[in-house]
Design a protein around this ligand. Structure first.
Ligand SMILES: *Cc1c(COP(=O)(O)O)cnc(C)c1O
Length: 345
């Protein structure tokens, strides 16, 4: 196995992990800072957290529009939710199917619980080869299928009709990972109850709260009750719970940043499109994947100008010469675009 690669701390412009850089280095509103400080100071540090997290889940239902008929499972980021779902479904030899290139954590989580991992390649233009995926599902009979919507690192949304075919072909659980839902403006949540074998996974990481570590699954109680059997009962601490509650109370701040990132993503895409020998791929997330003549050279040259992005050449053969660029603030993106213009001329 290879550990998920994480770059050392970076002092310059960091457009590597789709963080909300509008919140750097400080929370903006003084009243929000005060409220956060007070609520954290009042938290019961000496007690184990309430595993049901009722106040936080209420706030999530209200803010994020999650209906009472669904149960919510919280995790320390969706990373932990992925581990829990893998443990609950494929531990000890069950098969999981995921697309490639996609989020590499799915494979590591499967391997760690001795699950059998089968990857299905996307087409060269990163579209979904739905017939190949369905043929694999029919042959392998997986207990678990992961679909990222929109996909990371390619940024595209696979067609709903194709996903529906996949859901119907799958003999077990299908998890739709909606980590970038805030930027895509599309979700399977309104239709979730139509599909008894589907659970949604989301995170607050890409909308400003990556450091808090809060991801979640939304699904029928029957699924979540099974996941809860393997979840550590106190996996989400009091600080995470309280801080997330306060931040969700001020959700409009995060939402406005998400809207700005969408604008910046489009601006970045258009700027890349105008550069010679650069091919950006359309994205519904808060990043743009682009192919360069020599991505390693561009990566290093950006780095020497203080800008860190993600070089994905090692992830998958289809990722050759690609870089993934998170949409930052307008100022960060201006510097990124200016540097790229110089480098690609
Ligand atoms: C970023 C990301 C996650 C979120 O990870 P967290 O552990 O919640 O920070 C999950 N899935 C995908 C596809 C992602 O890109």
């Amino acid at each position: 196995m290879k550990a998920y690669p994480v770059a050392p701390p970076w002092q310059g412009i960091k457009l590597e992990l789709m963080e909300d850089t509008h919140l750097d280095p400080h929370l903006p509103a003084p009243e929000l800072r005060r409220e956060l400080g007070e609520r954290i100071a009042e938290a019961a540090f000496n007690r184990y957290p309430n595993p049901a997290a009722p106040a936080l889940k209420d706030m999530m239902r209200k803010t994020l529009g999650i209906d009472a008929k669904y149960e919510i499972m919280l995790g320390a980021g969706s990373d932990e939710v992925i581990t829990i779902i893998s443990q609950a479904t494929i531990a000890g030899g069950g098969t999981v199917v995921s697309l490639e290139p996609s989020f590499s954590v799915f494979k590591n989580a499967a391997t760690a619980v001795a699950g059998r991992y089968v990857g299905v390649s996307l087409n060269a233009d990163f579209t979904l080869n739905v017939d190949a995926l369905i043929a694999t599902i029919e042959r392998e009979q997986p207990k678990l299928v992961w679909i990222v919507y929109p996909n990371n690192p390619t940024g595209n949304l696979f067609p709903d009709a194709d996903i529906e075919r996949v859901i119907k072909a799958a003999p077990g659980l299908v998890v739709i990972d909606e980590a970038y839902e805030a930027f895509a403006g599309r979700s399977w949540l309104p239709r979730l109850s139509e599909f008894p074998n589907v659970v949604l996974m989301r995170t607050l990481s890409k909308i400003g709260l990556a450091g808090i570590r809060l991801g979640y699954a939304i699904g029928a109680p029957e699924w979540i009750n099974e996941f809860n059997k393997v979840r550590g009962p106190f996996n989400v601490g009091v600080l995470q719970q309280v801080a997330t509650e306060v931040m969700l109370k001020h959700f409009h701040v995060l939402k406005s940043h998400a809207n700005l990132m969408v604008q910046e993503r489009d601006r970045l895409f258009n700027a890349l499109k105008a550069m010679p020998d650069v091919t950006p791929f359309p994205s519904a997330a808060n990043f743009v994947l682009a192919r360069f003549a020599d991505s390693a050279a561009v990566f290093e040259a950006l780095k020497s100008r203080g800008i860190l992005v993600r070089n994905l050449y090692a992830l998958h053969p289809l990722m050759q010469n690609t870089l993934r660029l998170s949409a930052g603030t307008p100022d960060e993106n201006r510097q990124l675009i200016d540097a790229l213009k110089e480098l690609t001329n």
